[in-house]
Design a protein around this ligand. Structure first.
Ligand code: UT7
Length: 332
């Protein structure tokens, strides 16, 4: 048993005001509300004004989280921002957030693990806390997907949205609630299936590359879909095995929100009824690193997530990168 348990004590979220409905998208590309709902479950998503940096959502999400936790920014030891759409490559958005919060003692960094970013940030925060190197780490999952979506590509633009969520992870008694286990996986052989080709050092920023829309997200949808169902199911089962739990021991499953047609077969393979699975993608679409904290916040607001709830988090995304965690919610 670790000498301290990493407890998840409070959530704060921020999403842009503007709603983009399926009908709005159908006015721009050859799609329809019926196709999008039937193939994904998504009905609308929130979209920022162009030029909105992630920190504009991350700071209010963090402030709401700290206020709900009753913790001052000065008491944070670490800030991890999981994102693939930071304000800039440098400085890290974690630094921008740290400064704007006034978290004068905190060290932080950005973590790029796509849709698995929140679970990966939780794993890092847990390791810091269990090792005694930190007592309070703020993990933020957020993405401004509208900044990298190709708005002329119907196969991808209907899927994504913008949003951000923050969770305070705090050291608690070893026999109290908190993270029981967290596992992560990578398979870079799938990297090209979901990528933004012109986003780093590998490709020069030429007019030709921009004309090819290589600065936008590209996805092999069917391939990624098949991996997502398989990997999320395997990850969830692996965590249950490690903890010696059965599906009946879980109160709530909070999966990454990419597609209802991914979540439903995963739940079926796990043997968990959909009544225990949190789904809110109909209102937000796929917000990449933000889906799990946004879903946790909705579950809490609905009274489904309470102190002592036994929760499984599971995600899959670009990389490929995937992971899962088993958590007993709240402060001990
Ligand atoms: O966040 C983590 C990673 N991402 C994911 O987990 C997403 C994984 N993939 C998916 O969710 C699904 O593959 C999609 C929702 C992206 C696509 O659904 P699908 O059932 O796999 O459709 P498809 O790509 O096989 O396309 C079926 C048809 C195609 O037409 P044809 O070739 O059959 O004539 C597409 O051109 O649907 C067409 N299509 C559309 N039609 C209307 C593709 N996008 C659209 C659209 N509206 N928006």
């Amino acid at each position: 048993m670790p000498s301290a348990r990493a407890q998840l004590v409070a959530i704060g979220t921020a999403v842009p005001e503007r709603r983009l409905t399926n009908d709005d998208l159908a006015a721009r590309v050859a799609t329809s509300d019926a196709w999008i709902v039937a193939r994904t479950g998504i009905r609308e998503r929130r979209i920022c004004e162009p030029g909105t940096g992630l920190s504009r959502l991350a700071v209010p999400a963090a402030q709401r989280c700290l206020q709900r936790a009753g913790v001052a920014a000065q008491d944070l030891d670490g800030i991890i921002v999981a994102t693939i759409t930071p304000d800039m490559v440098m400085p890290a958005t974690a630094n921008l957030v740290q400064h704007q919060l006034g978290a004068c003692r905190a060290w932080g960094f950005d973590l790029a693990n796509a849709c698995n970013g929140f679970v990966a940030a939780l794993a890092c925060a847990t390791a810091w806390i269990e090792s005694g190197r930190a007592r309070r780490v703020l993990i933020i999952g957020g993405d401004i997907m509208s900044s990298i979506v190709d708005w002329d590509d119907r196969a991808t633009c209907v899927l994504f949205g913008d949003g951000c969520g923050a969770v305070l992870v705090e050291a608690g008694p070893p026999d109290g609630p908190g993270v029981r286990s967290c596992q992560l996986w990578s398979d870079g052989s799938g990297g090209a299936d979901l990528c933004v080709p012109l986003s780093g050092s590998a490709m020069p920023k030429t007019a030709e590359a921009l004309a090819r829309r290589d600065h936008c997200l590209k996805q092999q949808g069917r391939t990624v879909f098949a991996h997502a169902v398989r990997r999320m199911s395997e990850a969830a089962q692996s965590i249950l095995r490690q903890e010696g739990l059965s599906a009946a021991d879980l109160d709530l499953v909070v999966p990454h929100q990419a597609n209802l047609r991914i979540i439903e077969p995963m739940a079926e393979r796990l043997g968990v009824p959909m009544s225990k699975v949190v789904v809110n993608l109909e209102r937000y679409g796929n917000t990449t690193a933000a889906t799990i904290p946004l879903a946790l916040a909705d579950a809490e607001a609905e009274g489904r997530l309470r102190a002592g709830s036994r929760v499984l988090l599971v995600a899959f995304g670009g990389g490929y990168a995937w992971g899962a965690a088993y958590v007993v919610w709240g402060r001990g």
